[in-house]
Write a protein that binds this ligand. Structure first.
Ligand code: SDX
Length: 431
């Protein structure tokens, strides 16, 4: 590839030429800097799904969709999955380097001592119907944290930014467990400081007074791994939402609450819940062929949930890890789930089908994760909440990076206007 530093734009609409700078990062495609395009040419660019548009520079995560590569601060996801844990990975995303022992212990101490939530947040939760969707309760609860911590919301103060990051990472599991227990009409459980992050969450979710909770280490390890795999993913829809909201100067809790609502959509984080419901709807490996046929039918809105990805045109590296883990966890937990056979048959059928091969549609991170959550006893409606717990580390890392970047401006895209041309108001009796 040439080392040209500009691209020439020949504008035949007004017989002009302009040169636009090419910007390269550490890895990945170079970007044409169009910051002065409108000033120089009077034209906007048009890219409604941002398929070819970089919205920012970031040092947090790198994805190569063709090669199926995912790096958190340069470390391959496969190595972090094998050797790290979710809290250490969260430290890495936030600080850019893996922590040494002292740094990790200090970080873990901070997180552990911010896990409690205000008691009045409990009354807030009690205002919902018991069958409210957990994502609705989560979005509302996280946005409400701004009301509890309004004295430490100076987005320009690094100490306030760090404290918000600690509070969000620490309190998400407590709030998620409180939401689950409210929906099953059980009293909330306080976080136990003597437990590590994921075990503490499982304890708050499932502990009952009638008998001691047998916490299977396989479950905690599996959930910790799922949290690592879901922690960040570059400029996906919910992270871009957090950055856009953050660009207005909104406080971190409001920004993360916006990310939660964006994640909820079935085209994004809501897919893990949709996958399980779809596998249940398909019901048996014998019905897989019909499901694949429907997914290919342009007149049918049915899509194979958990398949396809805007960036990965190869296997999602996270899906590969989760797929292997799924077999291991179900075996170790002694869970026989007939839906796993449906999933395997669906994957096999799709990966052989020309429609999916041609469009490079592979299983993504959401295809198998729900089967593991189900095996851990997590209710289906809580699956996207699990995703949100993990992605909070990535979201807040991006929110902080954005505020640490000098010259960051409010995000304000333009448009192609297709409405009525200018016209005069007509009196009601003349319409
Ligand atoms: C996540 O961005 C991220 O990084 C997200 C994420 C993260 O970690 O943050 O990775 C998490 O959101 C994963 C994606 C979870 N969503 C799903 O599993 C929902 C099912 N997938 C699709 O909705 C879709 O694949 C998307 C939304 C994921 C991607 O949409 P794109 O990039 O806009 O792709 P497209 O809709 O333009 O599809 C291209 C073609 C189309 O066919 P043609 O018009 O070319 O004939 O592929 C078809 C689509 O109809 N297609 C599918 C399909 N996904 C795409 N056809 C059937 N089933 C599918 N699942």
């Amino acid at each position: 590839m040439s080392d040209a530093k500009t691209v020439k734009l020949v504008d035949e609409s007004n017989a002009t030429q302009s040169e636009l700078p090419l910007i390269s990062g550490t890895l990945g495609p170079a970007c044409v800097d169009i910051g002065t395009l409108y000033k120089d040419t009077g034209h906007f660019t048009y890219d409604p799904g941002y398929g070819s548009t970089a919205s920012t520079k970031s040092a947090i995560t790198y994805i190569d969709g063709d090669k199926g590569v995912l790096l958190y601060r340069g470390y391959p996801i496969e190595q972090l999955a094998e050797k790290s844990n979710f809290l250490e990975t969260s430290y890495l995303l936030l600080n850019g380097e893996l922590p040494n022992k002292t740094q990790f212990e200090a970080f873990e101490h901070d997180i552990t001592h911010h896990t409690m939530i205000p008691e009045s947040l409990t009354s807030f939760l009690n205002g919902f119907h018991r069958n409210a969707h957990p994502m609705a309760m989560l979005a509302g609860s996280i946005a409400s944290l701004s009301a509890f911590y309004h004295d430490e919301l100076n987005v320009d103060d690094p100490a306030d930014r760090k404290l918000a990051a600690i509070r969000l990472i620490a309190k998400m599991p407590t709030i998620a467990a409180a939401i689950h227990r409210y929906s099953v009409d059980r009293q909330q459980r306080y976080p136990r400081n003597n437990l590590e992050y994921v075990t503490r969450f499982l304890h708050m979710m499932f502990e009952v007074p009638s008998e001691p909770l047998e916490l299977n280490p396989v479950a905690a390890k599996a959930l910790d791994l799922l949290f690592i795999l879901h922690a960040d993913h570059e400029q996906n829809a919910s992270t871009s939402t957090v950055r856009l909201v953050g660009s207005t100067g909104a406080n971190p809790y409001a920004s993360i609450a916006a990310g939660i609502t964006a994640l909820w959509g079935p085209a994004h984080g809501g897919a893990n819940e949709a996958v399980l419901k779809q596998l249940e709807e398909i019901g048996s490996p014998d019905n897989v062929e019909t499901a694949v046929k429907r997914a290919k039918d342009k007149n049918d809105s049915f899509r194979l949930m958990g398949f396809g990805h805007r960036v990965y045109k190869n296997f999602d590296p996270r899906a590969k890890i989760i797929r292997e883990m799924c077999h291991k966890v179900l075996n170790e937990l002694g869970v026989k789930d007939p839906l796993l056979d449906v999933a395997l048959k669906l994957e096999e059928a799709a990966l052989k089908d020309e429609y999916f091969v041609e469009r490079k549609l592979y299983p993504n991170v959401d295809f198998y994760s729900g089967l593991i959550y189900k095996a851990l006893g997590i209710p289906t409606e809580m699956f996207t909440v699990m995703f949100a717990i993990a992605r909070t580390s990535g979201w807040i890392a991006h929110w902080i990076e954005q505020h640490e970047t000098p010259g960051s401006r409010i995000g304000r895209p333009r448009q192609i206007y297709t409405g009525a041309d200018v016209r005069d108001y007509t009196a009601a009796d003349k319409r």
